[in-house]
Design a protein around this ligand. Structure first.
Ligand code: NCD
Length: 306
């Protein structure tokens, strides 16, 4: 039995096959509509979510399966003090697969050690978010036609942004990738990712504070929200929250094919006037999340598709 806890749990070959399957689903979704008949997905969300939870549910429903779950810690027995280990032992007999989001780093990993069904990490604290990464990879592959030879700009909260951590780990395995990290000093990428991923693999990267200056060279600009819920004090959040705002004027610095991505939700970091720019693909990106999660469910449940 397999789980998806870290973005590296699937090697490059397996990641590519999963993306191929997602592309097959995009071309002929109706061929998959009964594949998971009788199967159940449990969504165990101890933290807020819109896209991740609902796209998981939509994915399972599109495959003919059903869904059950909870969408806040308060409405689950966590509020009574139940451990993740006990919860997952029980859920293992109610569902065939589960997706878990938790504010504590490592909680889905602990769950996988006690689980009798595949566990998918749907975001653990400021650590990882592997299914957002699969969504991001599918978006880049579909819209750029490749996952190699790309200069990726990552902008905003690189310290707490789990989507950024997972995307760097996963993309670093492809040829010709380089990164530009755009953040204020306080929100720089954690050292462990710099050392264990980028430096270990010899991936070119630079760290800057000015967004406009680096925009002309980027193939992808990945914007992120300042992660308010991970700050120790509100004053720091208020001081940093509007540090980067991508607007129409700044977009004039970008190449004509640069993609603007964002895992969403957006707060102020991209003005709504950018939404109509053909280079702004964040809503399309959210759409791809359903297909990639369909492919993931099929892969982890080892469902054969004719
Ligand atoms: C992200 C997350 O939860 O980490 N959202 C998502 O799943 N699309 C990004 C964020 O909350 O800023």
């Amino acid at each position: 039995m397999r789980h998806l806890i870290s973005p590296l749990d699937f090697n490059v070959e397996e990641t590519n096959s999963l993306l191929d399957l997602a592309e097959k689903i995009i071309t002929d979704p109706s061929a998959f509509k009964n594949v998971c008949n009788g199967k159940k997905l449990a969504t165990l969300f101890y933290e807020p979510s819109t896209r991740t939870r609902l796209s998981f549910e939509a994915a399972m429903l599109n495959l003919g399966g059903s869904v059950l779950g909870f969408s806040s810690a308060d409405s689950s027995s966590a509020a009574k003090g139940e451990s993740v280990a006990d919860t997952i032992r029980v859920i293992s007999s109610y569902a065939d697969i589960c997706a878990m989001r938790h504010p504590k780093e490592g909680a889905p990993m602990v769950a996988s050690q006690y689980s009798r069904i595949p566990v998918i990490n749907a975001g653990d604290g400021g650590h990882n978010h592997p299914t957002q990464t699969l969504t991001d990879l599918l978006t880049i592959k579909q819209l750029k036609g490749r996952l190699t030879d790309l200069k990726i700009g990552l902008c905003g909260d690189l310290k707490f942004g789990r989507t950024v951590h997972s995307l760097i780990s996963s993309l670093s395995r492809y040829e010709g990738i380089s990164f530009v990290m755009i953040s204020p000093e306080e929100l720089k990428l954690p050292d462990y990712i710099k050392h264990e991923v980028l430096e270990e693999k010899g991936i070119p990267y630079k760290e800057v504070t000015n967004l406009e200056e680096v925009m002309p060279d980027l193939d992808v600009l990945y914007m992120t929200r300042v992660q308010r819920e991970r700050f120790f004090n509100e004053e720091d959040y208020i001081r940093l929250k509007d540090i980067y705002i991508l607007d129409k004027k700044k977009m004039a610095h970008a190449g004509k094919d640069m993609l603007v991505m964002h895992p969403l939700p957006r707060v102020n970091e991209i003005t709504t006037e950018v939404d109509d720019d053909p280079r702004a693909v964040y809503f399309k990106q959210a759409e791809y999340g359903v297909y990639v999660r369909m492919a993931l469910i099929l892969t982890l449940l080892e469902m054969e598709v004719q």
